[in-house]
Design a protein around this ligand. Structure first.
Ligand code: NDP
Length: 328
């Protein structure tokens, strides 16, 4: 009676997916009664490693995992998928110019956008984790003209979660007491984690903390540079927390946000808060019945305005760069 939901994941032999796939298969994405069918995409040289991951999925004997298919052809892997988590991307390698990076990812995300357009289920939701996530999502969205734009999101939930914990630790409260966090803009070092609407046990966080120097010199750089700090400490990137954030974003997009709170999602702008229409930018969002809406009417002070404008300017530059490469 309970038909499996088809979940596509790309970059499936990579570090993030080594955590992500097991969370999805265990029920963390769609709950303890919803079977899932995994559709895993990799580049050809990574298929053998992916077979090893599938052996481990088999060895978990997850009751909710109805089947696993792997392949290197997006048109087959994306056939009929309801949810697509685009994790695989081309990392920046030494000596690579920015335009080379955009071009390499452009090739991946134009092809995947087209394949989703032609083969995914009508209700498909697409979440991009692979960097540069916002612009990769823009490329996929633009190359999928038959899929409504609002079905393309990019991940800023890890930044959101990092910010929640920094605030909780500063205030000495459990993280569940911190609500209404907002990440604005690009998933990059220019992102703006906004404390001015955040609440600690229902009270304004900026007022409770009352320490603007901490906000500017500690909080913002700690959240913005957290990825580099983890690489420095661990000798490898933040794969488990990125996987967790990917699960949480997609779960909330499907099942809804908690009453009386919001989350950060990078979504195609409708012009809200002066963000040019069409850019995929992070906003405070709520979700009801599988559809997100951007929280309206928040007051933006001059400090926040400057930070939002800077990160949005970077998104516009990235868009112009991929446009001049003919990718959108
Ligand atoms: P990871 O699984 O660690 O990362 C995958 C992507 O997620 C990268 O673009 C990475 O960005 C991004 N990312 C977003 N947030 C985070 C975060 N907080 N921490 C770390 N990464 C983050 O990379 P691997 O190299 O281990 O695996 C990538 C896999 O993707 C490879 O197996 C490769 O073969 C595959 N791939 C598949 C494609 C496909 O399916 N068609 C296309 C391209 C690659 P950043 O680079 O900035 O760290």
């Amino acid at each position: 009676s309970n038909a499996p939901v088809k979940v596509a994941v790309t970059g499936a032999a990579g570090q993030i997916c080594y955590s992500l796939l097991f969370r999805i298969a265990s029920g963390a994405l769609l709950g303890p009664t919803q079977p899932v069918e995994l559709r895993l995409l990799e580049i050809t040289p990574a298929l053998k490693a992916l077979e090893g991951v599938v052996m481990e999925l088999d060895d978990c004997a997850f009751p909710l995992l109805s089947s696993v298919e792997i392949g290197d052809d997006a048109t087959q892997v994306f056939d009929g998928v309801n949810l697509a988590m685009l994790v695989g991307a081309r990392p920046r390698s030494k000596g690579m110019e920015r335009s080379d990076l955009l071009e390499a990812n452009g090739a991946i995300f134009t092809a995947q956008g087209k394949a989703l357009n032609d083969h995914a289920a009508d209700d498909v939701k697409v979440l991009v984790t692979g960097n540069p996530a916002n612009t990769n999502a823009l490329i996929a969205m633009t190359n999928a003209p038959d899929i409504p734009h609002h079905r393309f999101n990019a991940l800023t939930r890890l930044d959101h979660n990092r910010a929640l914990t920094q605030v909780a630790q500063k205030a000495g409260v459990p993280v569940a007491e911190v609500t209404h966090m907002t990440i604005w803009g690009n998933h990059s070092a220019t992102q703006y984690p906004d404390l001015f609407h955040t609440e600690i046990s229902g009270r304004n966080a900026a007022e409770v903390i009352d320490d603007q120097a901490w906000v500017e010199q500690d909080f913002l750089p700690t959240v913005q540079k957290r990825g580099a700090a983890i690489i420095e400490a661990r000798g490898a990137s933040s794969a488990a927390s990125a996987a967790n954030a990917t699960v949480e974003h997609m779960r909330d997009w499907v099942t809804g946000t908690p009453e009386g709170d919001w989350i950060s999602m990078a979504v195609p702008s409708d012009g809200s808060y002066g963000v040019p229409e069409g850019l995929i930018s992070s906003f405070p969002c709520t979700v009801t019945d599988g559809e997100y809406s951007i929280v309206q009417g928040l007051e933006i002070d001059d400090f926040s305005r400057g930070k939002i404008d800077a990160t949005v300017a970077e998104l516009a530059e990235e868009r112009d760069a991929v446009r001049s490469l003919g990718l959108i």
